[in-house]
Design a binder for this molecule. Structure first.
Ligand SMILES: [Zn+2]
Length: 236
């Protein structure tokens, strides 16, 4: 559950909401509350009902698919360019993914039923979410191929670049354990990659933090999915 909540305010802005007309933004604003999200918090679980829709401000959320044996892998990342909890828009009763806080920060949240009610009354918001859903679908489709065919090193580099883009800073509060869960790899295998990146002075890790030292050195290591998804997100 979110650490704390209060009405209105919040740092930064959500770029999806910035596209709305003033009257639509105002209709939502009165229903929003700002929440601080802690790393590793599950906003909702795959197969469960979605109580709230989240518009990240500074927080970054990972969408994970969970298999029956409990293993998981990330299929998409959502930052301040998007929204978490599209089940309300898609008229789904149960979440198809688990949403976990990847980088802590703030988000605006709204009751999923209230959000659905506002959606049906607002055409522009509906159209905006349709466009965002297409971009998200592109990201998820890419991840299916990426998780199957690209090496752990490539995927790890892609993940770090994408996390840095969204965090907009070099210090990422990440542990090996969390990263391995996102990449669907063992801690040991992830640790080997992290060690190599650290020996190459591309990153530096300390307790619970991973610092990007040389982004230009990491870029050639990432698979093409980083650029493909980034391009789609930028055009949106
Ligand atoms: Zn890839």
């Amino acid at each position: 559950m979110p650490k704390s909540s209060h009405r209105a305010g919040g740092s930064g802005k959500n770029r999806l909401l910035a596209h709305l007309a003033n009257d639509e933004r105002e209709a939502l604003a009165s229903k929003f509350e700002t929440v601080s999200l802690l790393r590793g918090t599950a906003l909702y679980e795959q197969g469960s009902a979605v109580a709230f829709v989240y518009f990240p401000l500074s927080a970054v959320i990972s969408l994970l698919t969970i298999l029956e044996d409990g293993s998981s892998v990330q299929v998409a990342t959502v930052g301040n360019e998007g929204v978490v909890g599209l089940t309300a828009y898609l008229e789904l009763e149960r979440a198809v993914v688990t949403a976990v806080v990847q980088l802590p920060g703030e988000a605006l949240r709204i009751d999923a039923r209230q959000f659905a009610a506002i959606l049906t009354a607002r055409g522009r918001l509906h159209g905006l979410l349709a466009r965002y859903t297409r971009a998200l679908l592109w990201q998820i489709t890419r991840s299916a191929g990426c998780n199957r065919f690209h090496s752990l090193k490539q995927r790890c580099a892609r993940w770090l670049l994408s996390a840095q883009d969204r965090a907009m800073k070099d210090d990422l509060p990440l542990t090996h354990e969390f990263l391995s869960g996102m990449l669907g790899a063992s801690r040991q295998a992830t640790g080997v990659i992290i060690d190599r990146l650290e020996k190459g002075r591309l990153i530096q890790t300390s307790r619970g933090t991973l610092k990007i030292l040389n982004r230009h050195g990491i870029e050639p290591l990432a698979c093409e999915c980083y650029w493909a998804v980034k391009g789609e997100g930028d055009s949106f």
